[in-house]
Structures are given as structure tokens and as C-alpha cells.
Design a protein around this ligand. Structure first.
Ligand SMILES: Cc1cc2nc3c(=O)[nH]c(=O)nc-3n(C[C@H](O)[C@H](O)[C@H](O)COP(=O)(O)OP(=O)(O)OC[C@H]3O[C@@H](n4cnc5c(N)ncnc54)[C@H](O)[C@@H]3O)c2cc1C
Length: 439
């Protein structure tokens, strides 16, 4: 425990603001003009209860059906309805419009529980958090009441989709070609989106469109588009490798007219809102990945404990035991990175690099652990009746969507290199030496 005077608060913001350096810290005022800094990894009682609720839901309603849902390749309507009734969806909708006002840290607890049970169900259930984020970040009170409140007050679950990606515009999101033109006090939207999660079953879309392609990212705006408007059509429904309990399709907008209040924020706010959204939701994907990575550890260790070869449990062979230890370490590190990124975001502290670290490390860990799990299970690991095969197929998507892992490294490296401009390692003088590189 460290003692600090109130003036150290200034340093606190600076210290945690540096990429990757922050700690889980709590400030306590002692009442004598002093404050105490503690490093605290414990969840609050409310967080623990919420985590337990999510885990119980997964154990009762997802885990027993996950393999079957995968084989049937069907949208898990009953599971989603139940998750909605249990309060595990639309987590960040503020209390002022009948939502729960949950933190991102709480979302990661739900995400990990869902990812442990079935990453496909997790993607389906958590998609509303992604789709509603641009509204929660940029909409005014009237828009929130009109477009978001119905999603938390309806008896039957209502879904929303986040429509950014197009055939020619994936990682380079600023190059989208869906166009929005003003016509009196309406907007007309034309364009095609692809790979959109929950699109065939959603009732509203948050749609990114350009009002002027020549302005590149500054010309992008985001609109709320009800799915039942004339001109909105579902195109090709994607046939995927894994996460079969989630559904993705094209969404086609043909001369779709929306009122003026469908524009969230101002023209030109769209790209910023998309990036702010993804900064937030990356911790959610990292949480799903952490759950999957942990599931791989648990399936592998249980198998290694009971499976005997050469007269002993295979876990007693050092090669297997060490592999399981590495897997467990990856899952634990993923959890820490994930919760830390969420913790920073909840405190409105810089978190772009930390969210990127969490997303790529946790999803790479999920992929590695899933493959190792299959290896430890031998031939059984390759059979669809056992969990490892589905873990492998499901994990792959976590490395791709909401910004590929290369894009996460791009985000982090650009921040780190910007910070290097003012970095003093104490070694700088050496650059003036005789053999120094020209700088
Ligand atoms: C199942 C699924 C669900 C999805 N759900 C949604 C959704 O709900 N809403 C939505 O809008 N989108 C969604 N997406 C789209 C997803 O976010 C994109 O697929 C992803 O961002 C990558 O875009 P892309 O597929 O066009 O690949 P590309 O951008 O074409 O990338 C191809 C490869 O090039 C690499 N690459 C590209 N640029 C760089 C660079 N600058 N440096 C290094 N490497 C680079 C990529 O990392 C990748 O390996 C979903 C995708 C899938 C598969």
C-alpha cells in the first residue's frame, strides 16, 4: 500500500494514461487531507453477484445446448429471449430511459461467462451493446427515448445491428460508399453492408454512411434506421466456419428515407463515434475470448486428469501438464488485460492501446488454447461430439471481427510510437556518441 497526498491525484491520471502501465487502483480519502492508493483486484459484491447470475444462466440455458445449436446452425431465439429477461442484454442503456446503466467491467463479466458457454451465443447476445453504443455516445435525449427505450421496455427481445462493413470497406472503415443525401427534412440512404451480425432478426440498424465521399472520414455520419422501412432488404445470409449460433447477412438500403432525427450527432461525427464504439466494445470481445480460453483450459485439464495411457493419467506427463499450465496462464493474463481495459474505459481514461492489447491477446490466446485443447484430447479433440472442435472454429472469428488483430497492433503501435517522442529512457545521451545513428 502506498501513501499519497491529494496532489498526487494529478500524477495518477498521468501514470495510468501511459499505454499498458496502469494498475487496478482505488483511491481512499483518509479524512486528514491524505489519500491512500491501493492496488485492488477484487470485484465488488454487486459485480460478484452479477457475474454469478451470468454464469448460472450460461450453465442452465447455454452449455447443455451449445453443441446442438452449433449443428443446427440456427438463430438461438429462446436463449436470447431468456438472456433479455435475465437482464444480460443492453447493459449500458442508462437508468434515465429504463436501462440498467451497467459498467463496461460488468459487461466483461457477462462476456466471459457467455464465451465460456458458447461464443456464438455470446456474439448474438452482446451485439446490442455494439449496435447501441453509437447512440449512447452521440444521441440526444429525444433520440434515446424514441430509438433506444423500446429495446429495454419491450416484452419480447428486440435486436439491433451495427452496420459499418461493406464489401470494399473492411479494416479501412473510412472508405465506406453507402451514401446519405439530404432531401428537405429527410435523409435518403443508398448502399450495401455485409457480414452484419443479427441483421436478419434485428428491428433497428445503426448505419454508417458518407454524406460526402471526398471528405473521407470527416464526411461520415451515423443514422438509426428501423428495419421495416421501405427499401431496407436482407441480402445474402453468410455461411460460416464457426459461431453458428450467430447469424450474419448483407443489408441493402435502396432509397431508404429516414427523418432528420435519425442522424446521430452531426454530419461528420460518424467515424469518431464508430472508433469510440470500437474502443469500448473491444473489451467485450476480449471477454468472450477469455471465456473461451478458460473453457479450453478446463476441458483439457479435466480430460488430462481422467484419460489414462501407459498406466497413468496423461496430465502426469510433463509435456501435457506444462501445456495446460501455459494455457491457464494465457487465460489469466487475458482476464487481467480485459478487465483493466474496461476499468480504464469506465473511468473515461485513455484506453485505446489497452483495449487493443486485450482484444488481440485474449483472442490469440483463445485460438491457441482451443488448438492445444484438441491436441491434449487426441483423436477425441477432432470429433464434433467433443467441445474442442467447436472451440477452434469459434475462436477464429474473435481474431477477425471488430477490428482484426493486425489492426489492433496498428492501433497500439501508433500510440506507443507517438509516446516515444517524449520518452526518456536515460540512454538518450548515447545517441550523441561517435557510432550513433543519424537522428
Ligand atoms: C462473422 C462476422 C461478423 C461480423 N459482424 C459485423 C457487424 O456486426 N458489423 C460490421 O460492421 N461488421 C461486422 N463484421 C466485419 C468485420 O469487422 C470485418 O470482417 C473486419 O473488420 C475485417 O474486414 P475485412 O473482412 O474486409 O478484411 P480486410 O480489411 O480486407 O483485411 C484482410 C486482411 O488484411 C489485413 N489488413 C488490412 N489492413 C491492414 C493494415 N493496414 N495493416 C496490416 N494488415 C491489414 C487484415 O488484418 C486481414 O488480415 C463481421 C465479420 C464477420 C466475419
Amino acid at each position: 500500500m502506498l501513501k499519497a497526498t491529494p496532489m498526487h491525484r494529478i500524477d495518477f491520471a498521468r501514470i495510468v494514461g501511459r499505454a499498458g502501465e496502469g494498475l487496478f487502483s482505488i483511491w481512499k480519502t483518509t479524512g486528514k487531507g491524505e489519500c491512500t492508493v491501493m492496488v485492488d483486484f477484487e470485484l465488488s459484491q454487486g459485480e460478484r453477484e452479477f457475474k454469478k447470475k451470468a454464469e448460472t444462466f450460461v450453465r442452465n440455458h447455454i452449455t447443455p445446448h451449445a453443441l446442438e445449436l452449433d449443428v443446427r446452425n440456427e438463430f438461438p431465439r429462446e436463449v436470447v429471449q431468456k438472456a433479455y429477461e435475465e437482464g444480460l442484454m443492453n447493459l449500458h442503456v442508462p437508468k434515465s430511459i429504463a436501462g440498467q446503466g451497467r459498467t463496461l467491467l460488468e459487461e466483461t463479466l457477462v462476456g466471459e461467462a457467455l464465451g465460456y458457454g458458447c461464443a456464438g451465443c455470446a456474439t448474438t447476445i452482446m451485439c446490442n451493446n455494439l449496435a447501441l453504443a453509437p447512440l449512447l455516445l452521440g444521441a440526444n435525449e429525444q433520440q434515446l427515448a424514441k430509438y433506444v427505450k423500446p429495446l429495454v421496455t419491450a416484452d419480447e427481445v428486440k435486436l439491433a445491428s451495427f452496420c459499418l462493413t461493406e464489401r470494399e470497406s473492411g479494416s479501412d472503415a473510412a472508405s465506406i460508399r453507402t451514401i446519405a443525401k439530404r432531401d428537405g427534412n429527410e435523409w435518403i440512404i443508398d448502399g450495401e453492408k455485409c457480414f452484419i451480425t443479427n441483421a436478419p432478426v434485428a428491428s433497428i440498424y445503426t448505419v454508417f454512411a458518407t454524406v460526402d465521399p471526398s471528405r473521407h472520414q470527416k464526411g461520415i455520419a451515423v443514422f438509426v434506421v428501423p428495419a421495416d422501412l421501405p427499401g431496407v432488404k436482407i441480402g445474402h445470409v453468410e455461411n460460416k466456419l464457426g459461431q453458428k449460433a450467430s447469424v450474419q447477412s448483407e443489408v441493402i438500403f435502396e432509397g431508404v428515407r429516414v427523418p432528420e432525427d435519425a442522424l446521430v450527432g452531426r454530419e461528420g461525427d460518424g467515424f469518431r463515434l464508430a472508433m469510440m464504439t470500437l474502443d469500448m466494445t473491444r473489451a467485450g470481445i476480449a471477454a468472450i475470448a477469455t471465456g473461451l480460453a478458460q473453457r479450453a483450459v478446463d476441458e483439457a485439464s479435466r480430460f488430462a486428469y481422467v484419460r489414462k495411457q501407459f498406466g497413468q493419467a496423461i496430465g502426469e506427463f510433463q509435456a501435457i501438464g506444462f501445456t495446460i499450465a501455459d494455457m491457464a496462464c494465457r487465460a489469466a493474463a487475458s482476464r487481467h488485460l480485459t478487465r483493466h481495459a474496461a476499468w480504464l474505459s469506465d473511468r473515461r481514461l485513455p484506453n485505446s492501446a489497452e483495449s487493443a492489447y486485450a482484444k488481440w491477446f485474449a483472442s490469440d490466446s483463445a485460438m491457441t488454447n482451443a488448438v492445444e485443447c484438441a491436441q491434449i484430447m487426441g483423436g477425441y479433440g477432432y470429433m464434433e461430439e467433443y467441445p474442442a472442435a467447436k472451440l477452434i472454429r469459434d475462436a477464429k472469428l474473435l481474431q477477425i471481427y471488430e477490428g482484426t488483430n493486425q489492426i489492433q497492433r496498428l492501433i497500439a503501435s501508433s500510440i506507443i510510437l507517438k509516446q516515444a517522442a517524449n520518452l526518456d529512457t536515460g540512454f538518450a545521451l548515447k545517441y550523441n556518441g561517435r557510432n550513433a545513428p543519424k537522428i
